[in-house]
Ligand binder design. Structure first.
Ligand SMILES: C[S@@+](CC[C@H](N)C(=O)[O-])C[C@H]1O[C@@H](n2cnc3c(N)ncnc32)[C@H](O)[C@@H]1O
Length: 314
């Protein structure tokens, strides 16, 4: 297992194929039924989607979203055996309500959101998610999306960069890194992962502990490029509103910025569509899952249930 990848992801040793996290737990908690309707907001390689469709045979249906057209292509191939029970769509989950309405999914029985990026994106997309590879600094899930990581590094002023690294990467020495980025870009723009790693190492020194010094900076930039926390804040109430009473929402998060939002929403949010958290503490991967899939090591699963109208969480 490599220990120098972004905090929330370490690569599988293999080809980059994604190993789904909490696969059995998601199926167990969503308890699919044969005529149910489900939504996977983060198709990725289609692992959770395929498991939910299998468990809801013969006539359960699933709407799957992913912002990354390449992920949708791979998931579509994988889900082909399920025929028109699977509806894969390229979309950002921040548009969940509209996408679901357009495909006539309403009052659904279960929704899964498996946040972050897939091993395939980390290792094989060529978009600069991993500091272990020399690639262009893109980091967009949707390559038609807005600004690339290189664009942010070229545009943002030193204070904005420092705030971004502190807020999204929880990088305590964010000012040093930002200063080094600005100093270097005055000579040449930072356009590859190697350029950014060199700037971080110049600011923080070479790796000493288990975590590579560029870990937090890469995480922060990826979150900023994809506006990930705003997308999460946007999707949670839409997901709650899309569930039928008794329907369940399962969210897998990979760092505290995400988990905090999910926890807060499950307890206090969704006033129009109140939820009841089904677990006091998030589920963590057990030893068997960690042995199978090292990238699960920072994963947390929370599940909540939509309450009937008029009922308020105790
Ligand atoms: C961890 S992977 C999902 C893996 C999948 N559950 C599986 O079992 O194969 C996360 C996926 O979510 C997608 N994603 C991240 N943010 C998104 C967003 N705001 N809207 C749509 N897809 C998003 C990424 O492109 C990536 O493919």
């Amino acid at each position: 297992m490599a220990d120098d990848e972004p905090l929330e992801h370490s690569p599988t040793e293999s080809t980059g194929e994604h190993v789904s996290v909490f696969l059995d737990a998601v199926v167990a908690w969503l308890a699919p039924n044969a005529s149910g309707t489900y939504v996977d907001c983060t198709l990725g390689d289609g692992g959770h989607a395929a498991a939910l469709l299998t468990a809801s045979s013969p006539s359960g249906r699933l709407l799957g979203l992913d912002a990354d057209a390449n992920a949708v292509r791979i998931a579509t191939e994988r889900l082909e055996p399920f025929g028109d029970r699977a509806v894969p769509v390229q979309a950002n989950f921040r548009d969940l309500a509209n996408v679901a309405a357009a495909h006539h999914f309403r009052g659904v029985d279960g929704i899964v959101i498996d946040l972050g990026l897939s091993s395939r994106q980390l290792e094989g997309s060529g978009r600069g998610f991993s500091f272990r590879r020399e690639e262009p600094l893109d980091m967009r899930f949707d390559p038609n999306g807005a600004e690339t990581a290189a664009g942010i590094l070229a545009r943002a002023d030193e204070e904005e960069l420092a705030d971004l690294l502190y807020e999204y990467g929880e990088e305590r020495r964010s000012r040093r890194v930002a200063r080094q980025i600005v100093r270097r870009r005055e000579r040449t723009p930072l356009v590859t992962t190697g350029d950014l790693v060199a700037a971080v190492v110049a600011a923080l020194g070479p790796r000493r502990g288990r975590i590579h010094p560029a870990t937090r900076t890469f995480q922060a930039l990826r979150i900023a490029v994809n506006d990930e926390l705003a997308a999460l804040d946007a999707v949670l109430p839409q997901a709650a509103g899309l569930l039928a009473p008794g329907g369940r929402l399962a969210v897998i998060s990979f760092h505290s910025l995400e988990d905090r939002r999910v926890k807060r929403f499950f307890v206090g949010g969704g006033s129009d569509a109140p939820l009841r958290p089904l677990m006091r503490r998030p589920l963590r991967p057990d030893a068997a899952e960690l042995a199978r899939n090292p990238r699960a090591r920072s994963a947390k699963l929370r599940v909540a249930e939509r309450m009937p109208p008029g009922q308020v969480a105790a």
